[in-house]
Design a protein around this ligand. Structure first.
Ligand SMILES: NC(=O)c1ccc[n+]([C@@H]2O[C@H](COP(=O)([O-])OP(=O)(O)OC[C@H]3O[C@@H](n4cnc5c(N)ncnc54)[C@H](OP(=O)(O)O)[C@@H]3O)[C@@H](O)[C@H]2O)c1
Length: 292
């Protein structure tokens, strides 16, 4: 596939904290681990190839977390890409641990976050993490205490920019009283719009919105997607990504895959544009689902 025809650059750019411009189609590195986001991938060489191909296709924003594997995703990124090409932004996360396959436990205590940042710095072989995201607020730790710890780590030069994940607008506002927030990562797609108001808030405030599970799910969503995809001779995943890219200029999708073929397909969505009518039909899917 020709690098000029398929490039994440063609999706346009979004600026993180007005200092780090990234192409608006990133890559989510969660799926590179073993089953249940646990342990090493079945095919390690294939995982490394996906990461290298992503960079070849001008993907310069890679999302990961210490808990993916745990540690496996960050280690694979370093193995595939270190020394990192200029302009590559790696955004990792901490505060949500992975004690076993498909299990999560909270720990966003100041003590844990400090250790987590040190661990990510080591595994990613970095002196400073470009974007560090609080993975999710910890219900038994004051939210301000977690954010203040990240602000301290930023002052110490271990983190450049701070993002949040799985948060409400109220969380973002509280965090911004302590430190600038450059990105918010919540579950979102054309079919899953609980966080529409957070997307709007981010757009008003110049904060990048990183939708996870960006490809959508569900039978009705699938029907509408497939119909548009068939008519336009693209794939349903490309239609879902094109909807996100059009939804807001601050949208930074991070489709995840363990396959080079799927990666190329997803990045190619950068040049596919929906008509107004197609965009609206997809936007109406949540109402359609509710009425059935
Ligand atoms: N902040 C959070 O709490 C949170 C939670 C979940 C995820 N995330 C982040 O968001 C990223 C994306 O989320 P996600 O991985 O859950 O969802 P996703 O990107 O929507 O979906 C990934 C799934 O779709 C498949 N897929 C991807 N591209 C495809 C294509 N072109 N054709 C067919 N199948 C395709 C993948 O399988 P194949 O491997 O077979 O392609 C995988 O099973 C993750 O990698 C992670 O970085 C964050």
């Amino acid at each position: 596939m020709n690098n000029k025809d398929v490039s994440a650059r063609l999706a346009g750019q979004v600026s993180l904290g007005k200092e780090l411009p990234v192409n608006r189609l990133g890559f989510g590195a969660m799926r590179l681990t073993g089953e249940g986001i646990w342990g090493p991938p079945k095919d390690g060489k294939a995982a490394l190839a996906v990461l290298r191909r992503a960079v070849e296709l001008d993907v310069n924003f890679i999302d990961t977390a210490d808990s993916y594997g745990p540690y496996v995703s960050e280690e694979l990124i370093a193995e595939a890409l270190f020394p990192y090409p200029k302009g590559l932004v790696i955004a990792t996360k901490g505060g949500w641990n992975r004690p076993g396959p498909n299990q999560w436990t909270h720990d966003a205590t100041p003590d844990h976050l400090r250790k987590a940042v040190e661990g990510s710095l080591n595994r990613l072989r970095l002196d400073r993490i470009d974007v560090y995201q609080l993975h999710v607020p910890d219900p038994v730790v004051p939210f301000e205490a977690s954010v203040e710890t990240l602000a301290e780590l930023r002052n110490e030069g271990k983190i450049r920019l701070i993002g949040l994940s799985n948060v409400t607008q109220e969380h973002i506002e509280r965090a911004r009283k302590i430190v600038p927030i450059v990105s918010v990562q919540n579950r979102y797609s054309f079919a899953d719009r609980e966080w529409d108001y957070v997307v709007d808030y981010c757009e008003r405030n110049g904060i990048a919105f990183i939708p996870w599970f960006p490809l959508g799910a569900g039978r009705v969503a699938g029907e509408v997607l497939n119909e548009i995809a068939r008519a336009r001779k693209v794939t349903s995943k490309q239609v879902a990504l094109a909807w996100l890219l059009r939804r807001s200029p601050i949208m930074l999708p991070i489709p995840g895959t363990s396959s080079v073929e799927h990666l190329e397909e997803n990045v190619a969505a950068a040049t596919f544009h929906l008509t107004d009518d197609e965009y609206e039909r997809l936007a109406e899917v949540p109402e359609l689902v509710a009425s059935r």
